[in-house]
Design a protein around this ligand. Structure first.
Ligand SMILES: Nc1nc2c(ncn2[C@@H]2O[C@H](COP(=O)(O)OP(=O)(O)OP(=O)(O)O)[C@@H](O)[C@H]2O)c(=O)[nH]1
Ligand SMILES: [Mg+2]
Length: 255
């Protein structure tokens, strides 16, 4: 039915502006990406549900790599400087972006935060997105690679329930692996669910708490950094083999 051109008395006429907003976001994301490419900086966008262990993984990561790479972390949260403070304790620059009521970061926010950062002096820019598996999926921030954490405490059935996030990511980290003996979580089932969404997606099992899986995670990061420096497209790790993984994506997505 066609929309009335004059709003009816008492009615609020809603217009779907999401396409225009996403176009504006993509324009800003391109500007961010060009800035990173100009200086050979690897930019990562870390996503997950709230509390999956993004900041602890980043703390361990910056502690391991800060003498090797010049690192800056942008922290996205609705409120507080807490996560930025956790990163700064390791002697690494961190800028907090507080979004208020917005459940994701957008590329113009990254451009704003970068006004406080000398990108020409960086090797690695890591963005921690706002914690949820829904809204951040739709917003390109200009990153080279996206990494999505799924904590073993969240359940192994989440990838197909939140397919857009898992479709758009480049690496899945199964986090809090030290808790596996205590929770009903099957790593094989989780990997099968990931591969039902995106058959080629690599999965890394990590515990930032014990250090399990940190070495391959850091090796993946170094590979990505080498690619950024060489100005090449990201090379994907081979998907972790699992007998339960179906060969093709099986989740229909509505666009
Ligand atoms: N056992 C265990 N606990 C972890 C691990 N990683 C993080 N945690 C704990 O999980 C809680 C949340 O960790 P954060 O690093 O703050 O998680 P986050 O994803 O950054 O949270 P938000 O920024 O709020 O979305 C903290 O109590 C951490 O100590 C892990 O590998 N093992
Ligand atoms: Mg955090």
């Amino acid at each position: 039915m066609p929309q009335p051109t004059v709003p009816q008395p008492g009615a609020v006429q809603g217009h779907d502006v999401s396409i225009a907003l996403l176009k504006a976001n993509d324009w800003a994301a391109r500007a961010v990406r060009e800035q990173m490419a100009r200086h050979g900086v690897l930019m990562l966008n870390i996503t997950s549900s709230a509390g999956s262990g993004k900041t602890l993984l980043l703390e361990r990561t910056v502690a391991a790599l800060k003498d090797e790479f010049r690192i800056c972390v942008l922290e996205g949260d609705l409120e507080t400087e807490r996560d930025a403070e956790r990163i700064r304790r390791h002697g690494v620059q961190a800028v907090q972006i507080t979004t208020g009521t917005t459940c994701h970061l957008e590329a113009p926010m990254i451009l704003q935060a970068l006004e406080r950062v000398d990108v020409s002096q960086l090797d690695l820019l890591i963005v921690e997105n706002v914690g949820n598996l829904v809204c951040p999926a739709g917003y390109d921030l200009g990153e080279q690679s996206r990494v999505t954490l799924l904590a073993v405490t969240e359940g192994d059935d989440k990838p197909r329930k939140y397919p857009r996030m898992f479709l758009s990511t480049d690496l899945v980290v199964l986090s809090k692996a030290d808790l596996l003996p205590h929770v009903p979580f099957s790593v094989d089932a989780a990997i099968a669910d990931v591969h039902a969404v995106k058959a080629t997606l690599p999965v890394q099992v990590v515990s930032a708490h014990t250090g399990e899986g940190m070495a391959p995670w850091l090796a993946w990061l170094r590979d990505q950094r080498a690619n950024a420096r060489a100005g090449t497209a990201a090379v994907q790790l081979p998907a972790r083999a699992t007998s339960a993984a179906p060969a093709l994506p099986a989740v229909p997505l509505a666009h």
